[in-house]
Ligand binder design. Structure first.
Ligand code: 3PG
Length: 389
């Protein structure tokens, strides 16, 4: 069996030659012939197809160390990005054979398991990122989290730059937020996840996650591109809570549609590694991605894949209630839609902002336009007016 990688390439070389250069650099070759190259010929990658700006390269499965995600990336997404002969090159997709996928356990908590914890089965989940992202004390963070859940949200999360700074120590924050969420649950019956950002160094991350789970956290968050895929895998194996996967730094290589790496291979690797939720980009919002790429990430996270549990795509970034519909039209029911500013910036505050987001989701589920639903839902009405100024 082989691993097939699809690349977009811009080059002055004939495309076949460019594809061969990728195949050689990423397997047994280099820029010139070397003495014992023939001895390694069983491991040489081959060009399957090269036409227009697209190159398909097949790598023998034996080139990959099963279970080692960082090594998979070194093969399909390694030195090739620096090859002078290629003006632009983008890794668009990777098809992994069964044996490599099955070398990973995937999510301990997938969509079904996460929904079961919340008791929410038939609609997209709605979340928020606490804002301001840094500067709040544990007590203030807890207060904002409680206000958001009172508005009906399913998930509250830290933002990417909040970890364990002195203004908001993680242990105190987790205890304060979980105490507030349990108070809200006692009063209203509403359950919610709190995704605590445990992003930290290799020696620290599992211990930190175990510590916050011991203090009551019911979800942890990790930034996969700064910590690495192995960090997600270590967390998925090590802690018994769902894992929210953020992707800070992604724009450095996902933004240019002609160079870098698309979110699709990242999505496949996060599912292998065991994330429960993954930020995949929004259809409308401040970091909106390409429609086709969002669609393909959605499918890669949710379709049958050698038995690995499905993962929630997360639409996030610059979203407000007026943007809920296009995102849900794209991602469908099994997704998470999140807003930070679009909740806490509501003219009547966080609870009203959360309520407006939930109402926008209700409108989508009911098949009613957001504007029509807003006529009988004042929080949504205020949000639409406020953000259409
Ligand atoms: C994210 O992590 O997606 C952003 O922090 C979202 O924040 P925003 O909704 O205020 O853009």
């Amino acid at each position: 069996m082989e691993v097939i990688a699809k690349y977009y390439v811009e080059t002055d070389l004939p495309i076949e030659k460019a594809a061969e250069a990728i195949a050689a650099e990423q397997s047994t070759g280099t820029w010139t012939e070397v003495e014992r190259e023939r001895l390694a010929s069983d491991l040489a990658a081959r060009v399957v197809r090269a036409e227009g700006n697209f190159a398909y390269v097949a790598f023998p499965e034996e080139l990959f160390e099963a279970g080692n995600i960082p090594q998979y990336l070194s093969v399909v997404a390694g030195n090739l990005f620096g090859l002078g002969a290629l003006k632009k090159v983008r890794l668009l997709d990777v098809i992994f054979p069964q044996r490599l996928v099955e070398a990973h356990r995937g999510p301990r908590f997938g969509i079904k398991e996460a929904r079961k914890i919340l008791g929410v089965f038939d609609r997209p989940l709605v979340g928020t990122i606490i804002k301001p992202k840094v500067g709040l004390s544990p007590k203030d963070t807890a207060e904002v989290a409680g206000q958001a859940v009172r508005g009906g949200l399913d998930l509250i999360k830290d933002d990417e730059t909040l970890t364990d700074q002195s203004f908001c120590p993680i242990d105190e924050r987790v205890e304060a937020v979980m105490a507030e969420l349990s108070k809200v649950e006692d009063e209203t019956g509403k359950k919610a996840f709190y995704a605590v950002n445990v992003t930290s160094g290799a020696e620290e991350i599992l211990e930190r996650a175990e510590e916050v789970v011991g203090r009551g956290a019911n979800m942890v968050m990790v930034d996969v591109l700064t910590t690495g895929f192995s960090a997600v895998e270590v967390l998925a194996r090590g802690v018994k809570v769902p894992i929210h996967v953020h992707r800070t730094m992604h724009g450095a290589f996902t933004r240019d549609r002609r160079h870098g790496i698309s979110m699709l291979p990242i999505s496949r690797l996060v599912r292998m590694a065991g994330g429960t939720n993954l930020h995949t980009g929004s259809y409308l919002g401040k970091m909106a991605g390409d429609r086709e790429e969002n669609d393909s990430c959605r499918d890669a996270l949710r379709e049958e894949w050698y038995g690995l549990r499905p993962v929630f795509p997360v639409a996030s970034g610059g979203v407000h209630p007026g943007m809920v519909r296009p995102n849900l039209d794209g991602y469908g029911t099994d997704c998470i839609i999140q807003a930070g500013g679009g909740v806490h910036g509501h003219p009547s505050g966080t609870t009203a902002g959360a309520t407006a987001m939930v109402q926008a989701v209700e409108a989508w589920v009911a098949g009613v336009t957001t504007e029509e639903y807003a006529r009988s839902h004042k929080e949504l009405d205020a949000a639409l007016k406020f953000w259409s100024r």
